[in-house]
Design a protein around this ligand. Structure first.
Ligand code: ZN
Ligand code: ZN
Length: 360
């Protein structure tokens, strides 16, 4: 099958191969999925630049949807032909944290080989290796959704949508009348914005350095847009002024430790600071203690911190009822050879998402 291989840290170390195979035969609780759509997320760029310290060679890609092609003997959760959104959690389903209903905290989902090329075993990013025509995953990672949801739109549920919406629903728990600021209005930030709006926030301030993001931010439910143009722009002062002294919830979506520190004084006493974006995993966040002191909560959030089987289905249902936008998040589609173009678009901050279609 075709798939992408990352052989080192840097975009120049990614190449397309026609000779990928599955790393191992299907196990009883695994499913083989034909990957029909895989979004190119900021985390793919971070992974390929070595900021997640992944071993290589590796098959990148982690935000995907597809069709179940084969199921192991013990699989009960999905059937051949089901449309599924793939989860990055790779949780075991039976440890204490899984039993507690916190699959994202399961320690089971370590790295594994998903594919091979000849004699060479290839790691799978996020337990998935989704930039390939097929992948084999545990049934816990394949969540069936209604077939009416187009697969390129469905793919985004697996990461960008849940990372944004889950921060709002599962971690910050935004309530009716709350105020929010969202730093970064891209593929994830737009989902923070629409989820906050859906949760009943009275004010949702979007901040971005690209003027082109304003239109979509407002369409997704932002009440205000601040253009952070240039180093002189004081986003803390601007947000404090717009919100009358600070917001209930701030969301840093860019993955910048400086912007995360800026979120503290933007947030009023008792509020939540949500670390949605992921910087280099060894980065250090520095802030004056006083900025956190007034009963504020600094929340770490991994992929929306939720329950894929509940949350993916919830988002799909909201979409089918016309209450949650997915199609608008897909800016472009391309083949597996479109990764570099997708990275250029991500770096330019010009669009929401490119979705690769590994099977055309
Ligand atoms: Zn577990
Ligand atoms: Zn992602």
């Amino acid at each position: 099958m075709q798939g992408l291989i990352q052989e080192g840290d840097g975009e120049e170390y990614v190449r397309l191969s026609d000779d990928l195979e599955h790393a191992a035969p299907l196990e009883p609780r695994q499913v083989r999925v034909e990957v029909m759509a895989a979004g190119v997320c900021g985390s793919d760029l971070s992974c390929i630049h070595g900021k997640y310290y992944m071993p290589t060679p590796l098959v990148p890609g982690h935000e995907a949807a597809g069709v179940v092609a084969e199921v192991g003997d013990a699989v009960t959760y999905c059937q051949v032909g089901d449309h599924v959104v793939l989860s990055t959690f790779g949780n075991c389903g039976h440890c204490a944290t899984c039993e507690d209903g916190e699959p994202g905290n399961c320690g089971f989902g370590g790295l594994r080989y998903t594919h091979t090329e000849g004699e060479q075993a290839l790691w799978g990013f996020a337990n998935l290796g989704a930039f390939a025509q097929e992948t084999i995953v545990h049934e816990n990672q394949a969540v069936p959704i209604p077939k009416e949801v187009p697969l390129p739109s469905a793919a985004l549920i697996g990461c960008g949508v849940m990372t944004g919406a889950g921060a709002v629903f599962n971690r910050a728990r935004v309530g009716i009348g709350d105020s929010c600021v969202v730093i970064g209005a891209g593929g994830v930030g737009l989902n923070v914005i629409q989820a906050a709006s859906l949760a009943g926030a009275s004010q949702v301030i979007a901040v971005d350095r690209a003027a082109s993001k304003e239109r979509m931010a407002l369409e997704f439910g932002a009440t205000d847009f601040l253009l952070a143009d240039g180093d002189d722009f004081d986003s803390v002062a601007a947000v404090q002024q717009l919100s009358g002294g600070g917001v209930d919830h701030s969301f840093e979506v860019v993955g910048s430790t400086k912007l995360l520190a800026d979120c503290l004084p933007m947030t009023k006493a008792g509020g939540n600071i949500c670390a949605v974006g992921v910087p280099d995993l060894t980065a250090t966040v520095t802030y004056p203690f006083q900025a956190l002191h007034q009963n504020k909560s600094l929340l770490g959030i991994r992929a929306g911190g939720g329950k894929p089987r509940r949350d993916f289905r919830l988002i799909a249902d909201l979409y089918l009822k016309g209450r949650f936008k997915l199609d608008e998040l897909v800016s472009h589609t391309a083949g597996l050879d479109g990764l570099q173009g997708a990275f250029e678009a991500l770096k330019a901050g010009a669009e929401a998402r490119t979705v690769l279609l590994p099977n055309g």
